[in-house]
Design a protein around this ligand. Structure first.
Ligand code: GLN
Length: 537
């Protein structure tokens, strides 16, 4: 079968969930047995989101090949179990960088280099790159931003050109918003009409409209939208608010979105998507009665997108443990010895978040000391693990001035220190220890038992590491280094075996937890939290 291209654009407002719709389409097509990939084109000029503050763009996701990516790639992986790479997330910065490199090499043979055709050709080349591998039946391309933005114009123009080139092998899905005006007691279709008009002005007639809405859009309203927007009535589907994003594929299938896409791209419709395992997950989610309370200690708590993958991993882990998740955000900057007891004692488990820099770090130490002394299941991720090590060094090893050189460059007890290969680096973009690395686990460790294996691969994003000079000291005093990189001997996992569940990992397990394959460490952490809560009663 020839590769089919599905373009997903958005209009009216941002944050409508194009990533979730794209992921849902991918989920359904994969469940029908097709080979699918999703890619995101982001109109900003940064080369990648690795240098962006979470306040700007939420979490930075890391692909297996070490690419620092938009958080939507996390949704793609969670919904499809298909790993992404650098090829799945392109920014305007990368497009321009590549065009400018070609210009400097003289590849344009004296021509004036322009947005059309040179930038658009580069965009088109990148859109088709994964499709051209022959590995995919469907390539879903999500265009970041909102139709009408100045910066997304070259992308929309590229899609317009590709529609001509690809003919029936292409379908355009446009996501809009249908607001409810309480005073008029009415859902309003006008913004959708305007947004489609904008797209039409730019030369694109959408094939399918997905209407984000908080209330049911009546058949009558859908017909009206279909009529005004030149779209077939059955191709106007609604995406109404649902209790969990994982219900969206089911809602889309109920309205035949997958079948409409197949029909429009000339693919024979055979049977139904195999969604048994997915439905089993949703059923578990719905029927769970008891609640497990997990605290997330970090400095971006007012911004849930900053910890997107952790949130989702915890939801998945709670579901497979037959519990609902109550996630309690604890602001590390506001936590101190005076309020720690009140804040942490209602919890069944505590997760210490990843992060960078000094802000909020003392609160993480306060939380960790409390968790260690009260023997609460505790999970440290990346900076969270480094804080575990520092807190243990200060309190148990008696090194009161122990620190990470990230926080205090001249600390005499640098239990966390800059990795050797990081010392000569001056460019901040894309230069951390990034991507998937091997880790060997000690067979008798809690971590190895959770994984059910001793050799794992996990994704990293950091510059600092546990200083091996202190390793024996830690081991002798009860903090074991149970996971290490076999090639470099970097410590990747620490545990305090004498505690119920006290594990710190230098890597990011949250990037690889999916609906159908929840991450074993998250599942085991939540299992321990549930056991602890039952024990407390
Ligand atoms: N700031 C720490 C480092 O660079 C931890 C990074 C993280 O938590 N992702 O090593």
């Amino acid at each position: 079968m020839e590769t089919k291209y599905i373009f997903v654009t958005g209009g009216v407002v941002s944050s409508l969930g194009k990533g979730i719709i794209s992921s849902s389409i991918a989920c359904l097509l994969k469940a029908r047995g097709y080979r699918v990939t999703i890619q995101k084109f982001d109109p900003y000029i940064n080369i990648d989101p690795g240098t962006l503050n979470p306040y700007e763009h939420g979490e930075c996701y890391v692909a297996v090949d070490g690419h620092e990516a938009d958080l939507d790639l996390g949704h793609y992986e969670r919904f499809t179990d298909i790993q992404t790479t650098r090829a799945n997330n392109i920014t305007t910065g990368r497009i321009y960088q590549s065009v400018i490199d070609k210009e400097r090499r003289g590849d344009y043979l004296g021509k004036t280099v322009q947005v059309v055709p040179h930038i658009t050709d580069e965009i088109k080349r990148n859109i088709k790159r994964l499709g051209n591998t022959g590995n995919f039946d469907f390539v879903i391309t999500e265009i970041g931003g909102t139709v009408g933005d100045i910066e997304s114009l070259p992308y929309i123009e590229s899609v317009r050109q590709l529609r001509w080139e690809l003919g029936n092998n292409c379908v355009c899905v446009h996501l809009t918003y249908v607001p409810y005006i309480a005073a008029a007691k009415e859902l309003k279709s006008k913004p959708t009409q305007h947004s489609v008009k904008k797209l039409q002005e730019l030369g694109i007639q959408p094939d399918i409209l997905v209407l984000r809405t908080e209330r049911d859009v009546t058949a009558e309203a859908r017909h009206k939208i279909a009529l005004f927007c030149n779209v077939a009535p059955e191709a106007v589907v609604q995406s109404i608010d649902v209790p969990t994003i994982y219900e969206v594929p089911v809602k889309m299938h109920e309205q035949h979105l997958d079948e409409i896409i197949l029909r429009k791209t000339g693919v024979a419709i055979e049977g139904e998507p195999k969604m048994d395992a997915w439905m089993h997950f949703l059923e578990k989610m719905k029927t769970a009665e008891k609640t497990v309370r997990i605290g997330l200690v970090g400095k971006y708590v007012e911004l849930p997108d900053a910890y997107k993958s952790i949130n989702e991993s915890l939801i998945q882990a709670a579901t497979y443990n037959d519990h609902k998740l109550k996630l309690v955000y604890i602001h590390s900057e506001k936590l101190h010895s005076g309020n720690v007891d009140e804040q942490l004692s209602p919890l069944d488990g505590v997760l210490i978040a990843p992060g960078f820099g000094q802000r909020g770090i003392e609160g993480k130490f306060v939380a960790l000391k409390w968790c260690r002394e009260h023997d609460v299941p505790t999970f440290g991720i990346c900076l969270g693990m480094q804080c575990m090590v520092i807190e243990f060094a200060r309190d148990v090893l008696g090194l009161a001035d122990a620190n990470s050189t990230e926080m205090e460059q001249s600390t005499p007890n640098n239990v966390i220190d800059l990795m050797e290969e990081q010392k000569s680096i001056s460019n901040m973009g894309g230069t951390m220890r990034l991507g998937s690395f091997d880790c060997h686990l000690q067979p008798d460790s809690l971590t190895a038992k959770a994984y059910g294996t001793t050799d794992i691969k996990e994704r990293h994003r950091h510059r600092f590491e546990l200083n091996n000079r202190y390793r024996e000291d830690f081991e002798r005093n009860g903090m074991r280094c149970v996971g290490e990189n076999p090639a470099t001997h970097l410590v990747e996992v620490v545990e305090i075996p004498e505690k119920r569940w006290f594990v710190g990992v230098q890597y990011h397990p949250e990037y690889s937890s999916t609906v159908l394959n929840p991450h074993p460490l998250f599942v085991d952490f939540v299992r321990a939290a549930v056991a602890y809560s039952e024990n407390k009663k």
